[in-house]
Design a protein. Sequence first.
Length: 204
Amino acid sequence: MENTITKSPVMLYTEQTPNPETLKFVSNRMLHRGTADFREEALAREWSPLASELFDLPFVKGVYISNNFVTVTKEFNYSWDDIKLNIKDFVKNYVQDGKEILKEGFTDAMAALEAERGASYEYSEDEAEIVKKIKDLIDTYVKPAVEMDGGNIEFSSYKEGVVSVLLQGACSGCPSSTVTLKAGIEGMMKRMIPEVKEVVAEMG
């Protein structure tokens, strides 16, 4: 008797994010353990067949893939009412067909890029200690919160009391991200790490 394994159907639903131009498409499948942020088509073409095909749609401006969701940022002259179902069906069918989401080696390539970016900042021993605290704080408290909104935040650099962070996914270009950054993240960092004077965002 043959054992036929039937895969459970892919379920997909949308979630609002604080950014009106960005929607989160959440599936019941793990798509990528980690974060993949595609703001430029060129990077998507190089590393992600899924993001690449999304960029083929005229209304897609950015794609962010993490865990079990895809966050899509649209061109502002389109309405979600007109395009949401198109994207939803496309992502659902793409995942259902088991097509490649990210190419092999993506995580390593991004880690190398990250190391290269980070290496351009030389930290003294005292600063290195502060940087470690900042990164721990971001990983423990900040990332889980912004991930709920379909975004991500990465530590970029620290210099003379100023922390630079990179906003990704729904957080990038979101009107409320400045408020979150200043009122929430900056406030918490100043309380927990007295050396921090300010937190600023870099748009990656």
